[in-house]
Design a protein around this ligand. Structure first.
Ligand code: GCW
Length: 662
């Protein structure tokens, strides 16, 4: 399938724009990454000005005015850059190839926004060391929780490399993403063989393309590979034979794929193999692999999303929300330096609202990556619009109290709190082989925003949305205002017509889409929300599962008491009567009714405003979005009606505004 250029689709800038005064670039094109930077600038220039950017050899020491010049600046960190105007020239200063590449993309960004050239002076450096995408792509071409077509990495157990691969790398580099895991963390079938010679040639080529854009290739690894590849009887991390096997294997793999960054591992969770089979810990498992990749500078990224999906989670003692914490907290400090623990933003699973995972702040001596999900598994599956950057901003701003100052999640994952360098942020990717990459055109704002946010977490959600809109659809003011209104209200609207007050789920368990209030995924009967005729919510206070106590003070006490618990998380932490009064002054039941009506009204308003953009957006994109908006409008009503009816029947309490509930 053909593909579009997303935010790298260029349009002509104004006739009188000062950017048109730049007509030359001085560089040695034979340098690999610089070569890509030069080509990128040439493409942008010809498409935005209609004129070619002339390439001149860098050895020419006298530059004509109106040139782009690359300059060495040891003051810029490894991926940082300084882009500025000087006597009518543009200087891209950096200390590494990657810095120059990022500087070139900054220039393109400034030009797309038509920001002033004279006086331009931008110095930037990524705040988080690792900024990664995790693809859940399977080798048959399907994507687990994929909502935008099939994989563009795999098809029929083969690796695909084509023009799209290059555009993908360009898009990532343009927002500062520097690592990509291309295969699903649930490593099955052919994917187990990615570390064998069957795939080395293609992986090497792929990793070279990535390297040209400052991106490291990562793979998800099957913990049981020694057994599943048919070579050993055990995968016991303390067995000498198993350790040797991994060492030899990694020597082979890194010998064949030098640009490989390392591996991502999901172990002992949802049926995946792991060290528990041998009575060993996650630290034993992770350290064994870390030792094997260490000589090659490799990283082992070990996921903390660990729980047993066969267990009966209705029991108050075994709260699923505790599982990640309970599995890892005792191991803090036991991991080798090249192991990074990857922790989902919340303790459950990417719900529309969850508290921040208590491992953030709990862990003080382990490298950490924050995992978010831009694949909208629980947030409308890229049929509903849901701009997630405001949620990620809240997570990053959360104070953990793990230290006296600089203790937010952002401080932790940028390495500030515990003085670490192997940390950062990863997003479960929302891309596929759809023409527009992300199914819903507006979902691309999450991909764009994620990369930019990991690079610079102090950017606001509005700024990132605005940039994305202008770069994708141009500068028309109405387009900008309407799309900004939609994006900035979308998470709020989705939360309003979904599960209330932090309780989560209420989705169809098979697909995680559409309302099913009692939908429950485990073998035995139960609900996630524990509603009865008098109340709803899960008691995670010290009277219940004790989960609230996993946070550092004062967070633990704040969550433990319904009086101080924030409204939006009340039902996550407490089982409350329907007639309980929230801080907002409304009762729980009235809040449920009101938010569900208002959420639908907000969607109606979004769709109405969107319809007014007809003729102002490319027809194809408008059509794709309109179709999704029409669905969202109906589907939001279905959510509202199912949830309101359910709680009206359960509680017997009427809406005080007398609206028709069913
Ligand atoms: O969100 C859940 C998904 C699974 C996924 C798992 C995980 C890749 O429903 O599909 O598996 O989390 O994060 O490992």
């Amino acid at each position: 399938m053909g593909f579009e250029q997303a935010w790298l689709s260029y349009r002509m800038i104004r006739e009188d724009s000062e950017w048109r005064g730049i007509g030359r670039i001085y560089a040695d094109e034979d340098d690999f990454i610089i070569g890509n930077a030069v080509r990128e600038l040439q493409k942008a220039w010809s498409e935005m000005t209609g004129a070619a950017l002339m390439l001149c050899p860098d050895s020419q020491k006298t530059h004509q005015a109106g040139s782009i010049i690359f300059r060495q600046d040891e003051g810029c960190g490894p991926e940082g850059y300084h882009v500025f105007e000087e006597d009518g020239n543009v200087v891209i200063a950096a200390s590494t190839d990657c810095g120059w590449l990022y500087g070139a993309f900054e220039l393109i960004h400034q030009m797309q926004m038509e920001n002033p050239l004279s006086g331009m002076d931008i110095r930037k450096e990524p705040v988080m060391p690792l900024r990664m995408l995790n693809h859940w792509d399977n080798m048959d071409g399907s994507i687990e929780r994929g909502y935008s077509g099939n994989s563009f990495f795999f098809e029929n157990d083969e690796i695909l490399i084509d023009e799209r691969t290059v555009t993908y790398a360009r898009l990532l580099a343009s927002v500062g993403i520097n690592g990509a895991v291309i295969n699903n963390v649930n490593v099955k079938d052919a994917a187990t063989w990615l570390i064998t010679d069957r795939y080395f040639d293609k992986l090497r080529r792929l990793s070279e393309i990535f390297a040209g854009y400052g991106i490291k290739l990562f793979l998800s690894l099957n913990y049981a590979a020694p057994v599943e590849l048919g070579q050993l009887d055990s995968a016991d991390p303390l067995s000498e034979e198993v350790r040797e096997w991994w060492k030899r294997r990694m020597q082979l793999v890194f010998g064949q794929i030098p640009n490989l960054g390392g591996f991502l591992i999901k172990a002992d969770s949802e049926g995946r193999p792991g060290p528990f089979t041998y009575g060993r810990t996650h630290a034993d498992g992770a350290n064994m692999l870390a030792e094997a990749v260490e000589p090659y500078g490799g990283l082992i990224i070990w996921r903390c999303f660990v729980y047993n999906c066969k267990q009966d989670w209705r029991d108050y003692v075994t709260d699923r929300a505790r599982s990640g914490y309970d599995n890892f907290i005792e191991l803090d400090g036991a991991f080798r330096d090249n192991v990074i623990l990857q922790i989902k933003n919340g303790p459950m699973d990417f719900q529309v609202r969850e508290p921040v995972h208590p491992l953030f702040g709990g862990l003080k001596a382990s490298n950490q990556i924050l995992e978010v999900q831009i694949a909208q598994e629980y947030t409308g599956q890229q049929r509903h619009v849901c701009y997630l950057i405001p949620m990620f901003k809240e997570v990053l701003a959360f104070r953990t109290y793990a230290a006296k100052t600089d203790d937010t999640v952002m401080d932790i994952v940028s390495g500030k709190t515990f003085n670490q360098t192997k940390c950062g942020m990863a997003a479960v990717a929302n891309t596929g082989n759809d023409e527009n990459w992300t199914g819903h055109d507006l979902a691309a704002a999450n991909l764009y925003g994620f990369g930019r946010l990991a690079f610079n977490p102090s950017a606001t959600a509005e700024e990132l949305a605005t940039e994305w809109i202008v770069r994708t659809f141009g500068k028309d003011q109405e387009v900008r205002e309407v799309l900004l209104f939609i994006l900035m209200n979308s998470w709020k609207a989705y939360e309003m017509y979904n599960a209330p007050l932090g309780i989560g789920w209420m989705v169809n368990p098979a697909y995680h889409y559409g309302p099913s209030v009692d939908g429950y995924e485990y073998d035995r009967w139960g609900t996630y929300h524990r509603a009865d005729h008098a109340g709803i919510g899960v008691d995670r206070s010290h009277h219940g599962t004790g989960y609230a106590g996993l946070y550092e003070e004062p967070n633990a006490s704040m969550y433990d008491s319904p009086e101080s618990c924030p409204d939006e998380l009340l039902l996550f932490f407490h089982h409350m009567p329907y007639v309980h009064k929230l801080h907002s002054g409304k009762t729980v039941i009235q809040h449920v009714y009101d938010t569900h009506f208002e959420g639908v009204e907000l969607v109606d308003e979004m769709v109405k405003r969107f319809e007014g953009l007809e003729g102002k957006l490319p027809d194809k994109a408008f059509g794709r979005m309109l179709e999704r908006f029409q669905h969202q409008k109906e589907h939001a009503r279905e959510w509202r009606d199912q949830i309101n009816t359910y709680f009206y029947r359960k509680s017997g309490i009427a809406d005080e505004k007398g609206r028709k509930i069913f």
